[in-house]
Design a protein around this ligand. Structure first.
Ligand code: MN
Length: 287
């Protein structure tokens, strides 16, 4: 396999979102996007006792992209302005199409509030092409059991295939543009060759552990590696028990206009989004 070289390495910036500790490797001052991936938030792991919500994000709007939540640990109750309600448990993925607009809240589930525990997850923003930005909002609540697993390296590598075809299997998420999303768990010594279509942009985010890339340098947690499009993939060797998220996708290649929760192509469309939100065109949601 011809291995891809590294274009850029970024470390997570830490932010506090209303009491929630969030690590953000994308975007940073150096990297605006890895088309079609716009933003990656790694929240937790945060351990709390009963009655405490380490997440607690109240009603807010989105338009023009897909927010995807990978819940590694904990429980999230999701509610929105269109009357939808969804429960995410450990290992579940919520693939949401914000499309023309939605207002939602993301909070700890009643069971989590009752018992306490560890909350950890990743929220990823994936851009939509211009023709699909005003699509009807939709959800795919993907239960853990529906996600196929690819086991390699004598059980030391486990790849959960959330989206895309990979090594003869197919991930359950339906996407607007070609996307590959893999949740990798590696035990120390585990080795895998990750195959990526040549025209896809690709990134690797290390949540935990230490991973040697292409039999060369090793990288620790909270690091994001963005690859050049100069090979068929890359290899990973776990130097310690590790968790990583592998994301790749066909670039959309259209102009980007972004303001907070809206991702459009022009500034005029951002103004329209703000106006539509004020006018209640994304629905009304009061908790
Ligand atoms: Mn949101």
């Amino acid at each position: 396999m011809k291995k891809r070289t590294v274009a850029q390495i970024t470390r997570s910036e830490h932010l506090d979102m209303g009491g929630t500790k969030v690590k953000q490797p994308l975007p940073t001052m150096k990297v605006e996007q890895v088309d079609p991936f716009l933003l990656l938030h790694h929240f937790g792991p945060t351990r709390v006792g009963p009655g405490s919500d380490p997440l607690g994000v109240g009603p807010h709007p989105h338009r023009g992209f897909e927010p995807v939540t990978f819940l590694y640990n904990g429980g999230i109750l999701h509610k929105d302005s269109r009357g939808n309600e969804g429960l995410l448990q450990s290992g579940d993925v919520q693939w949401m199409t914000a499309g023309r607009g939605i207002i939602h809240s993301e909070r700890a589930s009643p069971e989590f509030l009752d018992k306490g525990g560890v909350m950890e997850g990743v929220q990823l923003w994936i851009n939509l092409p211009k023709k699909d930005k005003m699509a009807q909002p939709a959800y795919q609540d993907i239960k853990a059991a529906r996600i196929p697993e690819i086991v390699e390296s004598e059980g030391k590598v486990n790849l959960r295939l959330v989206a895309g075809p990979y090594k003869g299997k197919q991930g359950p998420a339906r996407t607007f543009t070609p996307i590959l999303a893999l949740q990798a768990t590696l035990s120390q010594g585990g080795y895998t060759e990750v195959e990526i279509p040549e025209h896809f942009n690709a990134l690797l985010y290390i949540l935990h552990g230490e991973i040697q890339l292409n039999e060369n340098f090793s990288y620790e947690s909270e690091t994001m590696i963005h690859f050049r499009n100069d090979g068929e993939g890359f290899s990973l060797r776990a130097k310690a028990d590790s968790q990583a998220l592998i994301l790749a996708g066909a670039p959309i290649g259209e102009p980007l206009a972004q303001w907070g929760p809206y991702v459009m192509n022009t500034q005029t469309e951002i103004m329209e989004a703000m106006r539509d939100y004020q006018m209640g065109k994304m629905g009304v949601y009061i908790e």
